[in-house]
Design a binder for this molecule. Structure first.
Ligand code: 5GP
Ligand code: MG
Length: 179
């Protein structure tokens, strides 16, 4: 396992990330929507670092497999989100922007709930992986194209608790599978 972002770098980067978000919205009320459980560590940091009135929601999504085992469309439980989104500035907070398909599919669905604005903040963005014409509005860290864990991101339920971000080698991922 190779450390990509150590604890100090991580804390500094998160503070810059929160400052940029704070300056951009000034003191306007904001709704933070964490995208799935992997976002909760960064979500908690933003809650602590932002000064404006905040509403906070957590979104669950599931991607159903199609019959041919290809990934199907993203199913999103939007039912409870409506009042936190309608007529408000919404910031979707995601763990990592990889292909970008998750946010690409999510944004129009959140838009249907009538927000004033919808923007995106991602903890990590992988270089040269995007398959969509969407750029996240706020990025804490750009990282190389490696499989990463830590600070909410897991591999087979492990490593979410790391206070830093590390890359797993393909061998390490295979080893875990054989345990
Ligand atoms: P997307 O490809 O839609 O941008 O990202 C989908 C999801 O794939 C991310 O939210 C994240 O949960 C997962 N993912 C993508 N790359 C990595 C990675 O390097 N490590 C981990 N643990 N999850 C990843
Ligand atoms: Mg995610």
């Amino acid at each position: 396992m190779k450390t990509l972002i150590d604890e100090n770098q991580l804390q500094d980067g998160i503070r810059r990330f929160a400052d940029e978000i704070g300056r951009s919205y000034t003191d306007k009320p904001l709704t933070l929507v964490g995208v799935r459980i992997a976002s909760v560590l960064v979500l908690a940091d933003l809650i602590r670092l932002l000064d404006m009135p905040l509403r906070v929601e957590l979104l669950k999504t599931r991607r159903y497999q199609q019959d041919d085992a290809r990934p199907g469309p993203l199913a999103i439980d939007l039912a409870l989100l409506s009042t936190a989104v309608k007529g408000r500035n919404v910031l979707l907070v995601d763990d990592i922007f990889d292909t970008g398909h998750t946010l690409w599919e999510l944004i129009p669905q959140v838009d249907e709930l009538g927000p004033t604005s919808v923007r995106t903040a991602v903890f990590l963005r992988k270089q040269d992986r995007s398959e969509v014409s969407l750029k996240p509005d706020f990025v804490a860290f750009n990282i190389p194209n490696e499989f990463v864990v830590g600070y909410g991101l897991h591999y087979r339920d492990q490593y979410r608790n790391l206070p830093y971000v590390a890359a797993l080698t393909p061998e390490e991922r295979a080893e875990e599978l054989n345990r």
